[in-house]
Ligand binder design. Structure first.
Ligand code: G3H
Length: 482
């Protein structure tokens, strides 16, 4: 979708493989092909976005608030009619199970409606007149310019929209490139974008990062890089921008969220929450629990019951009833996870669950590793997949020191009962991460809460409320009393 037109393409195409088939969950199946655009087409999209913004062509950035809201309402109404198609593609393309795929769609529709409401409120609050020292000001929030959006494969709809929708409604013009997996699922929505917004306001292109996103950044006219994914891509794109010092960034990046299970924790509750936190969508979430610190007094009991519960999780096709573990979209992920397991076991850890590490083509069953030490790769790297390191501690300073030394700072889960122990600990933890989950696993939602991180985990804040501010700036018209 470039300059308001759905373009056809006869050049190079990539084949898109599903990770699943109807009979064998782990066999890749060809789903379709998708155009792999080159530099020229990428720059066409950039020109379209720049024209829409700078020249007001299509009047998107200068459009009245009420009209911009009408465009967004038209879009979401059309989007809702595509629920079945998009949910199927979420299952087929990235292997997300049916309940989570439906939840992703519905949550995204809610995200659009909540953004509209918050935008109305922001306009009421921020569009105001002020007067100080004889200078009158009419203040309001305005767009930043051209935004390049890149979303992740694990939430190809929801996290894409968490960038795109707030950036768009604020009047920015957008170029969006989907991740490598989950590229097809925006296809049912392209016409809705085309019908609802003025030409050039939203441009959607396909291709590899280096042939599509890099040339756009190199050109120097992108004002905001909005990316949810890994810091390597974000850094590479930032570095090729010729005026990177004035580039604004909205980034959701890696995390290594720990759980800390204190010795007085409700063990059933802690185990259930740690199961959800480590295994939902096979651990392919930035908010997943990626290391479990368990007090030495309860670690044996925890390990036994936790491992049994992991082994009891059902693996199957995403549409199968009760399938909690599903095929992995990245073909090289099982080998990567196996590498982490081999490294840890060579350095003294054991796989403590019976099924841990069982493989079938592009799938590997979650392995619970204990005892994990700091010299192991699984301690250091963001595994983003089915492997679960467990560490025991005797003194709370041990996990706290590790968190302070970590490059990441998104969230933590804290399990315990004694409020006299918990309260001072929470005061320390909130300064190491941005969200402390008390007796519950880490998660991003509900989407009205700030979603961000310290250190290498994030730049700016994403949530319904915060993202509108991340993608806008306060501007004003001033006049003097005469
Ligand atoms: O990959 C990171 C996502 O933001 C995780 O979101 O906690 O809703 O699964 P979630």
């Amino acid at each position: 979708l470039v300059d308001g037109e759905l373009k056809t393409w006869t050049g190079e195409t990539s084949q898109v493989y599903s990770t699943i088939s109807s009979t064998e969950p782990y066999k890749p199946t060809l789903l379709g092909t998708i155009p792999t655009l080159g530099e020229k087409e990428a720059l066409d999209a950039l020109n379209s976005a720049v024209t829409a913004y700078d020249k007001g062509q299509g009047l998107w950035p200068t459009m009245k608030v009420v009209d911009r809201i009408a465009c967004m309402e038209k879009f979401v109404t059309q989007m809702k009619t595509k629920r079945d198609e998009v949910v199927k593609l979420l299952m087929w393309e990235i292997g997300k199970n049916l309940p989570d795929s439906e939840k992703e769609f519905d949550r995204t529709v809610d995200y659009v409606y909540d953004t509209i409401e918050d935008y109305k409120q922001m306009d009421r609050d921020s569009a105001k007149f002020e007067k100080h020292a004889g200078v009158n000001a009419h203040i309001r929030r305005g767009p930043l310019g051209v935004v390049l959006c890149l979303g992740p494969y694990n939430y190809p709809l929801n996290e894409t929209f968490a960038l795109l929708i707030p950036a768009l409604i604020m009047g920015n013009s957008i170029i969006f490139k989907p991740a490598k997996f989950g590229v097809l699922l925006l296809s049912p929505l392209l016409e809705a974008f085309q019908n609802s917004f003025p030409k050039g306001a939203v441009n959607i292109i396909y291709g590899r990062g280096r042939t599509v996103a890099s040339p756009i950044m190199k050109d120097g006219r992108v004002d905001v890089l909005a990316l949810i994914g890994n810091s390597k891509s974000a850094n590479a794109l930032q570095n090729v921008h010729p005026k990177s010092n004035r580039l604004r960034m909205v980034l959701g990046l890696e995390a290594k969220n720990p759980a800390i299970v204190l010795k007085d924790a409700d063990l059933d509750l802690a185990i259930n929450e740690c199961i959800a936190g480590t295994t939902s969508f096979n651990g392919q979430r930035c908010t997943a629990l990626k290391v479990l610190y368990v007090h030495e007094a309860i670690v044996d009991e925890f390990n036994k019951r936790f491992s049994e519960k992991v082994d009891a999780l059902k693996f199957g096709n995403p549409w199968e009833d009760g399938a909690k573990l599903t095929p992995l979209p990245e073909p090289d992920k099982p080998a990567y996870i196996q590498g982490l397991i081999d490294d840890a076991t060579a350095k003294g850890a054991k796989i403590i669950n019976k099924k841990g590490g069982e493989t079938t083509d592009n799938y590997i069953f979650p392995a619970v590793l204990y005892p994990v030490t700091k010299d192991m790769r699984v301690y250091e790297e963001e595994q983003f997949g089915p492997v679960i390191p467990v560490i025991s501690f005797s003194d709370i300073e041990e996990p706290l020191d590790d968190m302070a030394a970590s490059n990441y700072g998104q969230q933590v889960s804290l399990f315990g009962k004694d409020i006299k122990t918990l309260a001072p600990l929470i005061d320390v933890l909130v300064n190491l991460v941005c969200r402390v989950n008390l007796n519950s696993s880490c998660q991003r939602g509900p989407d009205v809460y700030p979603f961000t991180g310290r250190k290498d985990s994030a730049v700016a804040t994403l949530s319904v409320h915060d993202a509108l501010r991340s993608f806008s700036i306060r501007t004003f018209v001033a006049s003097k009393d005469n």
